[in-house]
Design a protein around this ligand. Structure first.
Ligand code: 5GP
Length: 431
């Protein structure tokens, strides 16, 4: 098993679509796959065993488990409660296992909400008639139950668009191959496998310093913030969150325990990190306030909005000829943290600058914000800065030294920056 956290794979679809067979096939085929045994309030059927097929519980006990936050997701399905253990799933993912869930649609949607990186597979029969005849041939449900399950299936199919993959379960042989292909394909995604050590081997000196992060606590902020004008409109910027997400992945792959604090961004789900999503600059500051003392590094990769509207309208502002907008400066997160937190951790900041004199402005920003290093990002160079997949710039340290960073993919640059920060702090430049 690799160092990268495992994937959470959810098979969902109407009862009788065949997802249990597909789920068990994955577990039998791949040694890294484990099946999550659900807890339910329904009685065991036929040969089902407690602790093997389900954990069977009374409704009262299940309710208590809900209140204690035991479940990653739970739902009422066909009159019974079903739920998945949060602690078990997290433990398995962190040891690198791929966890397979065979759950209903409501549960699948809850999992996606909690784990945006989870992989949702929708399983359906080729027609409603096939589903009905499968339910009848199972011989476990009376005609009334079959009718209700068919009705539920109509509702369930309405959620198809929230899924990542679709398996049309006509020929079982084909469906088995399809879920295997999804499993193998997901494993080969760079974002899921951890940074390849073979790549580091091509330039070993550049990556010295990464070992500094093993077991350390690193906070990475990412994405833009949104400063609301009214209930639908906001002030924000073009940040995609890719640089921050890549930084989080680099520290994670170096063995750090990463807290990822992100504004609303497209790239907001580095798996294997603790993720807190915020909306405004103020929320980001408040979140960091309780965390930075315990951290070994804060990486401020977020493109925090510099201004927010002075007033908020609790509705949708009507279209008018002219609207006057008054803006005020948002809190400067690093300055506030330095002012309010005793024992502030080392900081690596980012400075996106345009035009001449950008490097000097970045340097002044580093001093003013009390950062240990700043990545000067010249935004007017094509292929660098916001909303592009590559970057380049200069990492400037508080002791006067600096390192040029040539143009590469943001994921690679994140490794270089994490290594350079590790080298710098290993030399004993901690604040
Ligand atoms: P059955 O009672 O036929 O075993 O399962 C009924 C439905 O409940 C199936 O769609 C099954 O996938 C779903 N289910 C089983 N375990 C869970 C669970 O832990 N959570 C949710 N949300 N649904 C589950």
């Amino acid at each position: 098993m690799s160092n990268a956290p495992g994937q959470l794979i959810v098979l969902a679809g109407p009862s009788g679509a065949g997802k249990t067979t597909l789920a068990h096939h994955l577990v039998e085929t791949f040694s890294s796959a484990v099946f999550s045994i659900s807890t339910t309030t329904r009685n065991s059927r036929g040969s089902e065993k407690n602790g093997v097929d389900y954990f069977f519980k009374g409704r009262e006990e299940f309710q208590e488990m809900i209140e204690k936050g035991y479940f990653l997701e739970y739902a009422e399905v066909h009159g019974h409660l079903y739920g998945t253990s949060k602690a078990w799933v997290l433990k398995e993912l962190y040891r690198g296992a791929s966890v397979i869930l065979d759950i209903d649609i409501q549960g699948a949607l809850q999992v996606k909400e909690a784990f945006p990186a989870s992989i949702l597979i929708f399983v359906l029969t080729p027609s409603p008639d096939v589903l009905r005849s499968r339910l009848i041939s199972r011989n476990t449900d009376d005609p009334d139950v079959v009718r209700r399950r068919m009705e539920t299936a109509v509702w369930e199919t309405g959620w198809i668009g929230s899924f990542d993959y679709y398996v049309r379960n006509g020929s079982l042989e084909d469906s088995l191959l399809q879920v295997e292909a999804i499993f193998r394909g997901e494993k080969l995604k760079l974002a899921n496998m951890g940074f390849p050590s073979e790549v580091r081997a091509f330039s070993p000196d550049s990556f010295t310093g990464l070992e500094h992060w093993r077991g350390k606590r690193v906070i990475v902020t990412s994405g833009p913030t949104r400063e609301p004008l009214d209930r639908v409109r906001f002030i924000s910027n073009r940040s995609s969150g890719l640089m921050g997400c890549s930084m989080a992945e680099a520290f994670r792959d170096a063995g750090a325990d990463v807290l990822f604090v992100t504004g609303p961004a497209c790239n907001s789900d580095p798996s294997g990190t603790d993720i807190i999503t915020v909306e405004t600059a103020r929320e980001m500051l408040d979140t960091l306030m309780g965390e930075v003392e315990r951290a070994d590094l804060l990486v401020m990769a977020a493109a925090v909005s510099d201004f927010s509207p002075s007033d908020f309208f609790d509705g949708k502002t009507e279209r008018a000829g002219t609207v006057e907008l008054e803006l005020e400066a948002t809190p400067d997160i690093l300055e506030e943290l330095h002012r309010s937190v005793d024992g502030m951790c080392p900081v690596m900041a980012f400075a996106l600058e345009f035009g001449s004199g950008g490097e000097e402005r970045a340097l002044r920003k580093m001093k003013r914000k009390g950062a240990d290093a700043i990545f000067y990002n010249p935004g007017d160079i094509p292929g660098a800065g916001m909303d592009v997949s590559s970057n380049q710039g200069k990492l400037i340290f508080n002791n006067g030294s600096s390192e040029e960073v040539k143009r590469f993919s943001k994921r690679y640059i994140a490794e270089l920056l994490a290594a350079a920060m590790g080298r710098y702090l290993t030399k004993g430049s901690e604040c």
